[in-house]
Design a protein around this ligand. Structure first.
Ligand code: 9G3
Length: 567
C-alpha cells in the first residue's frame, strides 16, 4: 500500500480529553476518530487491526466447531419483555420506536434474540450441542464513556451462545471456549489472566470466568496468589483465614461506654483511642430489598457489596440513607454499633473471631470498648463479605494475595436455563420429555482489545504492534522519493515481500525523512526498512520497532529476515 494514497492523519499532540495512553496513541497515529462521546470511526489502519483480531477469533472459534452467524442490532422489545429484562436495564439500554410506533432496543447483547431464534429452529436433543457466534456492534449507553475504545457506547463484540441437552455437555463447551480464549489472547500478544468472577445481573448457575489484560488503566482489580494459580476478580476473591493465635487479655471484663465527642470515622477513632483499626468493628446499615440490616466488618476492611448481596440473596441492596440509619440505631451516623440493635446483624467471618473490640454505642458522642462478639451481641449470620486485601493469605495455599489492575477483554458464563426457560427454547429428550435447553454465553471485546494491546505495547515514541495483529508487517521508507534508484529498489523489494505474503506500507510521500521516521515510530509497524543513499549498493537499513535494533544489510538478507520475523 502506498502511503501517499492512504488516509493516516497523524497528530503531534493528542486532544486534551484523551486521558488513557492507548486513547491518545490511537488518535495521534490516525487509527480512530471520535464521532460522538464513546462513538468512534475506525480509519484504514484501525480497521485493518480490528479485522486482524477478528480473524484470529474466527480461526479459533471455527476450530472448536462454533458456527458464525450475524444477528440484527434492532431487537423487538417483546423479547426483552419475555425475558423480564426490559425493566431491569435503565438508560443504558437504548430504546426507540419504528415508524409504526413499535418498540425496539439497540442490542447491548443477544441472549434474548439467539434463544428465541434457536428455540424456533431446534426441537430435538439430537441437534445439540450447538455453538453459535457473531462478531457484531453492540450498543450500551454508558453514562460516562471514557478511555477511547476501552469504554465506548458502540463497540465490536464477539458474542457466542451454546445450547445443550445437559450440564455435562455445557461444561465441555465451556472449557473448550475457555481454551480457545487462551489461544486467542496469546496470539494477540496480550499479558492476561483468567480469573474467577461474579455472574452479576446476567445470572445463571455454575460459575463464570473473566479474562483480564493486566494494565494500570484497567477498571477491574485482579487478585492473584504469589505461589499458586489462584486468580479472581476482587468482586469474588476470597480472603484466606489463618487461625490467629492472638488472644485477647481481660476478655472477661464487661464492655463499657466511653465518651468520643464528635468522633465518627474509623480514622478519627484510631487517632482518639490509639487503638488499631483491626480492633474496631465498623457497623454499616444497609437496605436489603427494603429491609434494614446491620453489616459488620473489621475497621480496616471494606464491605464487598457483591458478596454481601449474594450472602443476603438480595435483588436490591444499597446503603441506608442517613435518616433511616439514624432511625435504626437511635443515634447520629458514625456512632453505629452492634450491641442492642433491633435489626438483623450480618457479620464478616473475621468479626466473629476478633476478640474484644471497640464499637459504636448507638448513642451520640459515645463508643463501647471491650465488646466481645458472641457475648455482647449475636450475629444472625457470618459470611465472607469483605474485600480481600493485598497481603491476605491465599484461600488455596500458603501464599499471599497480590493485586493488579485489569481490563476485562473476555467473559465466559454458564447460564443454565435462565433464558431458555423464559423464551421457550426446549427440546424433546430421549424419553420424549420437553426440557429447556441448558445454555452458556461467551463474550470477547474485540474493539476493547485494540486498546488493551496498545496499553501493554507502547513506548514514548508510539505504539509497538505485535506482528500477528499489526496493520502492516513492514513500513518501507524511501528517503528521497525523487531519486529513481531509491524508488526502483523500493518497488522491487515491495513486490518480492508481497509475493511472500508480507504486507508492506510504502512511505512514498514528499516528506522530510525525520517526519517519516517519527510517523513510523508512532504508527508502530513491527519492521521498518529504510531505502536511502546506499540503495545503489543494494543495501538497506533494517529496524525492529520493538527492540529498536537496526542494521544495514543487503536486500536479500532483509527480505529473509523480515519473513522470519513477521510470518
Ligand atoms: C443490557 C445492557 C447492558 C448489559 C447487558 C444487558 C452487560 C448484559 C451482560 C452480558 C453477558 C454476556 C453475551 C456475551 C458475553 C457477555 N451489559 N450484560 O446482559 F440490556 Cl443495556 O452481556 N452476554
Amino acid at each position: 500500500m502506498r502511503q501517499n494514497k492512504m488516509l493516516i492523519p497523524t497528530l503531534r499532540e493528542a486532544p486534551s480529553e484523551a486521558e488513557a495512553a492507548s486513547h491518545q496513541l490511537l488518535l495521534r497515529a490516525g487509527f480512530i476518530r471520535q464521532t460522538a462521546a464513546g462513538v468512534y470511526a475506525y480509519l484504514p489502519l484501525g480497521w485493518r487491526v480490528l479485522n486482524r483480531v477478528a480473524n484470529i477469533v474466527r480461526e479459533e472459534l471455527d476450530h472448536i466447531d462454533a458456527l458464525e452467524i450475524l444477528m440484527p442490532a434492532m431487537q423487538p422489545a417483546e423479547l426483552w419483555h419475555q425475558s423480564g429484562r426490559y425493566q431491569v436495564y435503565g438508560e443504558e439500554l437504548i430504546r426507540f420506536k419504528d415508524r409504526h410506533d413499535r418498540e425496539f432496543a439497540l442490542g447491548p447483547t443477544h441472549e434474548e434474540v439467539i434463544t428465541s431464534l434457536v428455540g424456533n429452529e431446534v426441537s430435538s436433543y439430537r441437534k445439540l450441542p450447538l455453538v453459535l457466534y457473531q462478531i457484531q456492534t453492540k450498543f450500551r449507553d454508558e453514562r460516562r464513556p471514557r478511555f477511547g475504545l476501552l469504554r465506548g457506547r458502540e463497540f465490536l463484540m464477539k458474542d457466542a451462545y451454546s445450547f445443550h441437552a445437559d450440564w455435562e455437555s455445557l461444561d465441555h463447551s465451556y472449557w473448550r471456549m475457555y481454551e480457545a480464549y487462551t489461544k486467542i489472547f496469546t496470539r494477540c500478544g496480550l499479558n492476561f489472566r483468567a480469573v474467577q468472577a461474579d455472574p452479576g445481573a446476567i445470572g445463571g448457575e455454575g460459575g463464570t470466568h473473566e479474562f483480564m489484560a493486566l494494565a494500570d488503566i484497567g477498571e477491574d482489580t485482579v487478585v492473584t496468589c504469589t505461589d499458586c494459580d489462584y486468580a479472581a476478580n476482587l468482586e469474588k476473591a476470597e480472603a484466606g483465614y489463618r487461625n490467629s493465635s492472638e488472644t485477647f487479655a481481660d476478655i472477661e471484663a464487661p464492655y463499657e461506654m466511653f465518651s468520643t465527642p464528635n468522633i465518627k470515622t474509623i480514622n478519627e477513632l484510631v487517632g482518639f483511642t490509639g487503638v488499631d483499626a483491626k480492633h474496631i468493628v465498623k457497623t454499616l446499615i444497609y437496605m436489603s430489598d427494603g429491609n434494614p440490616v446491620a453489616v459488620l466488618v473489621r475497621g480496616d476492611r471494606e464491605v464487598n457489596e457483591i458478596k454481601l448481596k449474594n450472602a443476603l440473596g438480595a435483588e436490591q441492596l444499597e446503603l441506608a440513607d442517613t435518616a433511616t440509619t439514624e432511625q435504626v440505631i437511635g443515634a447520629p451516623v458514625g456512632f453505629a454499633g452492634p450491641v442492642g440493635l433491633s435489626v438483623p446483624i450480618l457479620a464478616d467471618k473475621e468479626v466473629t473471631a476478633i476478640g474484644a473490640v471497640i464499637a459504636g454505642a448507638n448513642k451520640k458522642d459515645h463508643h463501647l470498648k471491650n465488646v466481645v462478639p458472641g457475648r455482647d451481641f449475636q450475629a444472625d449470620a457470618a459470611h465472607d463479605i469483605r474485600n480481600a486485601a493485598q497481603g491476605d493469605p491465599c484461600p488455596q495455599c500458603s501464599g499471599t494475595l497480590q493485586f493488579h489492575r485489569g481490563i476485562e477483554i473476555g467473559h465466559v458464563f454458564k447460564l443454565g436455563t435462565k433464558y431458555s426457560g423464559k423464551l421457550g427454547a426446549a427440546v424433546l429428550d430421549d424419553s420424549g420429555h420437553n426440557r429447556s435447553m441448558i445454555m452458556g454465553c461467551y463474550g470477547i471485546g474485540i474493539s476493547r482489545i485494540l486498546s488493551a494491546i496498545v496499553e501493554q505495547n507502547r513506548d514514548p515514541d508510539g505504539i509497538v504492534w505485535t506482528a500477528s495483529i499489526a496493520p502492516f508487517h513492514v513500513h518501507m521508507i524511501v528517503v528521497a522519493v525523487a531519486d529513481n534508484g531509491q524508488m526502483q529498489l523500493a518497488e522491487d523489494m515491495y513486490v518480492r515481500l508481497k509475493q511472500r505474503g508480507v504486507e508492506v506500507l510504502l512511505d512514498d510521500r514528499e516528506e522530510r525523512p525525520g517526519v517519516k521516521f517519527k510517523d513510523a515510530d508512532l504508527i508502530g509497524i513491527p519492521v521498518r526498512i529504510t531505502i536511502g543513499k546506499r540503495a545503489g549498493e543494494g543495501m538497506v537499513e533494517y529496524k525492529e520497532r520493538r527492540s529498536g535494533e537496526q542494521t544495514v544489510i543487503s536486500v536479500e538478507e532483509a527480505v529473509s529476515r523480515v519473513c522470519g520475523y513477521v510470518l
